[in-house]
Design a protein around this ligand. Structure first.
Ligand code: ADP
Length: 628
């Protein structure tokens, strides 16, 4: 004990509201766990500051080992964060902990309470009181002759400050955990928090030790040895901070696994973001394989600020379609103390958003131009993403038009420009629209695809969940194209032209045949129509008009399958097929005619995958009879 040592001082924290602690606790309750991140960030800041001072020559002492320690003492119910950073003098403790930190916490609460906050920066130190009933700070400044001090506060606006003996430079924050924080007095829980928030902090952080197993020796002599090593919980030098030209593909893939442990698929490709001006932003965005049942709600983009994890809810910062990407964005320039709605209107955030969108489009275009084959190989994995982006983000639409691809049923890929050129000879209708014929299910619509191909048409595959919307969007944006599904009309009518095909049957004969069908298909609400198709086309064809079908699909999509509209389709009788023009008309008895007509109708249904249950059983039975 030295005589100069200051006597214990008591004081009052300089705020008027003594109810600030209950407020902090209540307000931050849901995000209580951030206390550890805040304290460790402060420790990291203090350490980084010391390193900066040393590099400028303003600190001449030994830096020593700067590892930050996080300690848990379950028995004494304490959690401590210990750094070897710049520390604080007595004056600084009074200034920063009593005045600045507290008043900023108060201001913060007054300003934002009740709003939805991203992260809780600025609250910093005082978040400790969410879990602690008493906070003890033991600190010694790096400055020459600085005296170590201890500050203790039990959560009321009163504190004590006294001089202590402390050899080592830096700050030790000891939380005496109270009832509200007792869940954190567990090794697993702390480890979990460290993994979540501190995984990429720039200063090594140690949480006790861990056991590692090593094999020593070789062959028969090999033996496993156990070793207690420091449990360093972070990677202080994450990939996104490195320069892209130092990195190999394997580095990016490995980092992807580090970010998302337990992911099996490699990412399709990635973008390394680096920007200094007009704002600072780094990061890596990965394109995962996107399957049909994509889940855009669950964001896999993590937002960091100077390597401190803030949130994985980046909806305000990243355009919705980019939420399909995985990765990290690190930007100290994203304002964090504001509500989400004001974030979206923030000019900086707008710039960040459009920068990311632009980068993503450029990357895709780059691959497309440099290596078309590779781009095509990856197209199926990224098409959902690109289409979704085009639908939801105008700026992306404009750029993506250069590389969005159509895949035809033969597996060849075309840009819209190329495709329009390819089909212009015979897929332009009487209104001058280029008709893109598509299938939504290559297997189920097989015979329709064959007919279209025999007719000289090309068929593209649009079987993704997003395609219904995508086609609609493309039609709205580009008035010169229209999409029709391969089974939406008879093949001659898919591309509407003015030519009419001659029928081998007279008007009168056709009338008679139509009556036979109307009679046989009583109770059938769908329209029946005679039409002169090619003799090779089926005798009866079922088509599902594009408009009605789309309407229904949209309705289904919006009401999530509830309130189904009845299926509506057209029944077309091919007056040029010999089974109609020859066989049916020549049949003697009315009964036979009707039975045959019903059979042909069922055949058409079978071709549309519409025959099930009892109808199917009857159909098979009748077929057997016919074969006898
Ligand atoms: P912020 O970190 O946002 O400035 P805090 O309330 O977390 O606000 O901290 C208030 C101030 O206390 C810090 O700005 C810093 O000057 C000081 N401080 C907090 N923790 C430490 C520490 N571990 N070492 C040195 N100074 C610290």
């Amino acid at each position: 004990m030295t005589t100069e040592k200051i006597k214990q001082k008591k004081g009052q924290i300089g705020v008027s509201a003594d109810d600030i602690f209950p407020l902090i606790k209540k307000f931050l309750y849901t995000d209580q766990e951030i206390f550890l991140r805040e304290l460790i960030s402060n420790a990291v800041d203090a350490t980084t500051k010391l390193k900066t001072l040393a590099s400028k020559g303003e600190f001449k002492g030994e830096l020593g080992d700067l590892t930050i320690d996080v300690k848990l003492d379950e028995k004494n119910k304490t959690i401590s964060v210990i750094d070897r950073g710049i520390g604080m003098t007595e004056e600084e403790v009074i200034k920063y902990l009593n005045q600045v930190a507290f008043s900023s916490a108060q201001e913060f609460l007054e300003k934002y309470s009740g709003e939805n906050i991203i992260g809780h920066f600025g609250l910093g130190f005082y978040s400790a009181f969410m879990v602690a009933e008493k906070v003890e700070v033991r600190t010694k400044s790096y400055k020459d002759d600085a005296k170590a001090v201890k500050w203790v506060c039990d959560g009321s606006p009163e504190y004590t400050l006294e001089e202590i003996d402390k050899e080592s430079r830096g700050t030790e924050i000891i939380l005496h955990v109270g009832e509200e924080g007792k869940d954190y007095l567990s090794k697993n829980r702390i480890q979990e928090l460290l993994d979540k928030y501190c995984k990429f902090l720039p200063i090594p952080i140690r949480f006790g030790t861990k056991t590692e197993y090593k094999t020593e020796g070789e062959g028969d002599d090999a033996k496993q040895i156990e070793e207690e090593v420091d449990n360093i919980i972070n990677n202080p030098n994450p990939l996104w901070k490195k320069s892209p030209n130092e990195l190999k593909d394997e580095d990016y893939k490995e980092f992807y696994r580090e970010l998302f442990p337990g992911t099996f698929n490699d990412p399709v490709f990635w973008i390394h973001l680096k920007m200094d001006y007009p704002f600072n932003l780094t990061g890596i965005l990965y394109f995962p394989k996107v399957t049909n049942n994509f889940d855009i709600q669950k964001s896999k983009i993590h937002l960091y600020s100077n390597q401190v994890f803030i949130t994985d809810d980046v909806r305000a910062i990243v355009p919705e379609f980019l939420m399909l990407l995985h990765g990290v964005i690190d930007s100290p320039d994203i304002p964090l103390n504001v509500s989400r709605s004001s974030l979206q209107n923030d000019q900086r955030v707008k710039k960040i958003t459009s920068y990311i969108t632009k980068k993503v489009a450029e990357k895709l275009k780059g691959i497309f131009k440099k290596d078309r084959k590779e781009f095509e190989n990856k197209w199926d994995d990224i098409s959902t993403f690109v289409k979704y982006g085009m639908i939801t983000e105008e700026k992306f639409y404009d750029k993506a038009l250069d590389f969005v691809l159509l895949k035809n049923e033969e597996g060849k890929y075309f840009t819209f420009e190329e495709y329009k050129e390819k089909i212009k000879a015979n897929q332009v209708d009487k209104h001058d629209k280029t008709v893109i014929i598509y299938t939504s299910d290559v297997k189920a619509q097989h015979s329709y695809i064959q007919s279209a191909k025999n007719y000289g048409y090309d068929v593209v595959v649009m079987d993704n969940i997003i395609d219904v919307h995508f086609m609609q969007h493309m039609e709205t944006k580009d008035g010169s194209i229209t999409f029709v599904r391969v089974d939406s009309d008879t093949v001659d009518n898919l591309v509407q032209k003015d030519e009419k095909k001659e029928s081998v049957m007279s008007e009168k004969q056709q009338e008679k045949v139509k009556t036979i069908f109307t009679e046989s298909l009583k109770g059938e609400n769908n329209t029946i129509e005679m039409k002169a198709l090619s003799p090779d086309d089926l005798p009866v064809v079922i088509t599902k008009p594009e408009f009605m079908r789309r309407f229904k699909e949209m309705q289904q999509y919006q009401s999530m399958g509830m309130g189904d509209l009845p299926e509506s389709y057209n029944i077309i009788i091919n007056s040029n097929n010999p089974l109609i023009a020859d066989k049916l008309v020549k049949m003697k008895s009315q009964e036979k005619k009707e039975k045959f007509a019903t059979y042909l109708y069922k055949l058409a249904k079978l071709n549309q995958n519409m025959l099930t249950g009892e109808e199917m059983t009857d159909f098979v039975k009748t077929s057997v009879e016919f074969l006898k």
